[in-house]
Design a protein. Structure first.
Length: 317
């Protein structure tokens, strides 16, 4: 069973040994209140899945949980997630294992999604994988020699908070110029709003999509306008590609992964620009063989957390 715990929902699913999601459901998260209320959100979703699939209670090998960080993947303790304030140093792994009497693994969503892609998705056949999920934020996971790279304490692979402009805007993490604050969905929307404001006479489909209210412009609107051939939207997305090329150049020079896999909602929007990203990557790498590294779309989409949670169970045998 894979469990994906977010700030607004808990998604759970049953996944077979080949990584196929057999069935899934979603329940709302109780993000306020005490730790018990937060735990009840998770157990309520798991219980609902068992109720709909009674045979699963006897056949599952384990439960893997994608939980909001910071967390300790070695102990299954959720430390102090900003979007689930009810949990502070909460032993989520032990609590779930005690209730359902199966092995439980807890990790963050990007690490787990990277493992799922390595086992069953776009990363099959590679031992060293870099995974980036680009959406409202940017999360990353690193697979080295077939294992999640956790670092000394479990805090490694915070690739979304690699600075590429130390004079840049302050990120939510407190650092300046992180790739997340520059290239995730909200950053794309900010650049769109700024461009429309600075060029009031320039026509763009974005003005119509936002109902004439520039401040209502979203990254989704930018993607829609680009799909309709809007040149302003294309400029904004190509600026995003330039930023990502710098970031991926740093990743290649640091890790030289065998493959780079990109997932997340914004990644789907940027899909038509993957060829440009590859071309621009060449100018941002010391590594002269950077063009040999495949740049692939993630296999798992919105259910990457469920697949990732299940992938964490792979070590249970």
């Amino acid at each position: 069973m894979g469990v994906d715990v977010g700030g607004t929902k808990v998604a759970v699913g049953l996944v077979d040994a080949q990584g196929k999601i057999l069935t899934s459901l979603r329940k709302p998260t109780v993000a306020t209140g005490d730790a018990a209320a937060g735990l009840a959100s998770v157990t309520g979703a798991i219980d609902a899945l068992f109720a709909a699939n009674p045979q699963a209670r006897e056949t599952i090998r384990g439960i893997g949980i994608c939980a909001p960080g910071p967390l300790d993947p070695n102990t299954g303790v959720v430390i102090n997630p900003p979007n689930l304030k009810c949990w502070r140093d909460f032993p989520l792994g032990d609590e779930i294992s005690r209730r359902y009497r199966v092995p439980v693994k807890v990790d963050n969503d990007a690490n787990a999604a990277a493992l799922a892609e390595y086992l069953w998705g776009a990363g099959r056949g590679y031992k060293n994988v870099f995974y980036g999920a680009i959406g409202t934020g940017i999360g990353t996971g690193i697979i080295l020699n077939g294992r999640i790279h956790h670092g000394r304490t479990g805090a490694a692979a915070e690739g979304g908070h690699v600075t590429i402009d130390y004079h840049g805007p302050v990120c939510g993490c407190g650092k300046r110029g992180c790739i997340e604050i520059l290239a995730a969905g909200p950053a794309i929307a900010r650049r769109a709003r700024a461009k429309l404001s600075e060029q009031p006479a320039r026509e763009s489909a974005l003005r119509k999509l936002s109902g004439g209210n520039i401040e209502a412009t979203t990254s989704e609107m930018v993607g829609q306008a680009d799909a309709d051939g809007d040149p302003v939207a294309k400029e904004i997305l190509l600026e995003t590609i330039d930023l990502l090329a710098v970031w991926f150049g740093n990743i290649v020079d640091l890790l030289e992964p065998e493959v780079i896999i990109i997932g997340g909602g914004v990644a789907a929007m940027l899909s038509p620009f993957f060829a440009e990203l590859r071309e621009r990557l060449a100018a941002q790498c010391l590594n002269s063989r950077n063009q040999e590294i495949p740049l692939l779309h993630a296999h798992y989409g919105a259910e990457s957390g469920i697949a990732g949670g299940a992938a964490l169970c792979n070590s249970f045998g």
